[in-house]
Ligand binder design. Structure first.
Ligand code: SF4
Length: 106
């Protein structure tokens, strides 16, 4: 029976961490691309009032400072990151389409 050295174990663990980060990054990029295919302006932007629906969920005032341009928006990217972490921790399947993701907001 062969033994695993400490270095081999550390290398295997770090590889797993990198793979998990890559999986998260890939999924976020996929969701962003999918969202852009459906929406020219952020789906969480209230055009009439200029507010951000996502910000309003966590803050009382929730102005969108980007006029609904969600590509690269830290609020939008943070939302995707949080959704990934939440779905993975709950053992749920990750949506492959942004429209399916919007069902998980509430
Ligand atoms: S702050 Fe970002 S997520 Fe919120 S409405 Fe504006 S672009 Fe969308």
């Amino acid at each position: 029976m062969s033994r695993v050295t400490e270095d081999e174990l550390k290398k295997a663990l770090s590889t797993t961490v990198i793979e998990k980060k890559d999986a998260k990054k890939r999924w976020i990029e996929r969701m962003l691309k999918s969202a852009k295919s459906y929406h020219k302006i952020c789906p969480y932007f209230d055009k009439r009032l200029g507010n951000c629906f996502l910000r309003q969920l966590s803050e009382k005032k929730g102005r969108c400072e980007r006029e609904g341009k969600f590509d690269g928006c830290p609020v939008f990217m943070g939302f995707l990151e949080n959704m990934y972490d939440k779905l993975v921790s709950e053992g749920k399947n990750l949506p492959i389409d942004f429209m399916d993701l919007s069902l998980h907001i509430y």
